[in-house]
Design a protein around this ligand. Structure first.
Ligand code: FES
Ligand SMILES: [Fe+2]
Length: 343
């Protein structure tokens, strides 16, 4: 299956890219090198020198110019060769590397893998709750040996938390609760609410609600193409308004590295209006989330990918359950976008 190209993918957390280094990363099968110029603006070039195809990240920086580590051609942030140290110094017209548009927004650096002329920053999905100006953001990253659509399925169908995370994120009654799936423009939402419900000790601890209290819990997932998801979660003592409970917002952002490997950025945020507690919550909660994501989800999704091998998902005729509605809609929506782009 081809990747959608004319779309924004996450390339990195903001802090992963700095003004002195060169960060190599494969995105949608393309080798990319990410760096910041002296003004702090991020840039992304194809990580392949046009001379003998050495990775540029193995070179060195001269300010905002990258010198290839093999024979010394130098390239500016526009991908243009600006120095040939050999013989007369003539710069052949083909001495250029591809430039990928990048935008820093919401604590993340976003990259456009398609036609640069079509890159419109207004198309970046709304993750304002990760904006570092107003939110404290806890940041995590995992690399998965599994295709990105399996990761999307995992988040779109959170009924799995009851079975895969029984002592952490899950609690009984999740899978039996109704899920309301809606399409709102380009977005697909899956919303579920579970009433009069006991939490795991992990969740009582995380939410600060007294152990044993019956709660109403809400779990709302928003998908946007190709694979960027926002979660709005919370619990409140049963029958009480949501504002009296504990809530948080999360981002689950997937970028294919290859067909069968995925970059996974996950974040949790709390508004700075909470005061100093927000930073402490973000720090603690991201550590708390990392454990089930890394030790429960990741091994299952990687094992699932191994069982599927290279087979196309639909060719295996997956059994469909009521809880799959949102995930299936997201898959279909993405397939349509890819088909349209390919035509
Ligand atoms: S491979 Fe880059 S200069 Fe030769
Ligand atoms: Fe999970």
């Amino acid at each position: 299956m081809a990747f959608l190209r004319n779309t924004w993918y996450v390339a990195a957390w903001d802090h992963e890219i700095d003004v002195t280094g060169l960060l190599p990363r494969t995105l949608c099968n393309e080798p990319v090198v990410l760096y910041r110029d002296a003004q702090g603006q991020p840039h992304a070039l194809q990580d392949r020198c046009p001379h003998r195809f050495a990775p540029l990240h193995k070179g060195r920086r001269h300010g905002d110019v990258i010198e290839c580590g093999y024979h010394g051609l130098r390239f500016n942030t526009g991908g243009q060769c600006v120095l040939n140290p050999h013989a007369t110094g003539h710069i052949p017209p083909g001495a250029k590397v591809r430039v990928f548009p990048v935008v820093e927004r919401y604590s993340l650096v976003w990259i456009w893998m398609g036609d640069p002329a079509a890159a419109d920053a207004a198309l970046i999905p709304d993750f304002h709750f990760m904006d570092p100006a107003e939110w404290e953001v806890g940041k995590g990253y995992l690399h998965a040996n599994a295709g990105y659509q399996l990761e999307v399925d995992n988040i779109m169908d959170l009924s799995h938390i009851e079975f895969l995370h029984p002592t952490t994120l899950g609690s009984g009654g999740i899978s039996a609760a109704d899920v309301v799936t809606t399409r709102e423009g380009d977005l697909i939402w899956a919303r579920r609410e579970i009433r009069n419900h006991l939490l795991s000790d992990f969740l009582y601890e995380a939410t600060g609600i007294t152990r044993g209290t019956l709660v109403d819990r809400w779990i709302e997932v928003r998908w946007s193409a190709p694979s960027n998801m926002a979660l709005f979660l919370g619990s409140t003592p049963a029958g009480r308004p949501r504002t009296e409970g504990s809530s948080n917002t999360q981002a689950h952002l997937f970028t294919p590295e290859t067909e069968r490997t995925t970059h996974y950025w996950f974040g949790i945020s709390f508004p700075k209006s909470m005061g100093p507690r927000a930073a402490e919550m973000a720090r603690k909660r991201i550590q708390g989330l990392r454990q089930p994501f890394e030790t429960e989800d990741l091994p299952m999704i990687e094992a699932q990918q191994l069982r599927m091998g290279d087979a196309d998902f639909w060719s295996l005729k997956p059994v469909l359950l009521a809880s799959d509605a949102a995930a299936v809609q997201a898959r279909r929506a993405l397939e349509q976008l890819i088909a349209k782009e390919q035509s």
